[in-house]
Design a protein around this ligand. Structure first.
Ligand SMILES: [Zn+2]
Length: 87
């Protein structure tokens, strides 16, 4: 799987163009779903955003994980990192 080369966060009306630093996944029922990738700047805000998406039932409940992009083996993670996360 190829990862996008920029942060998957979209602020009010513009996409973030920072280089990504972490892969965001949620671990649920022994499955790991990729939600997107984020730069250093958006790590905190995306984390709280994901929490509220989980409360709304829009994404699976589970533990949110930030993994350093360089250490991630993407072939064992499912998901579509092309989706942007709207803040
Ligand atoms: Zn960003």
């Amino acid at each position: 799987m190829l990862l996008p080369n920029k942060c998957s966060i979209r602020e009010v009306n513009k996409d973030c163009v920072n280089p990504p630093k972490y892969v965001i996944t949620v671990v649920s029922n022994n499955d790991e779903f990729m939600l997107g990738i984020t730069c250093e700047k958006h790590k905190t805000s995306v984390s709280s955003k994901i929490g509220s998406l989980q409360n709304d039932g829009k994404i699976p409940k589970g533990r949110i994980k930030f993994e350093n992009l360089k250490s991630v083996q993407t072939d064992c993670i499912r998901g579509d990192p092309d989706d942007l996360i709207q803040l």
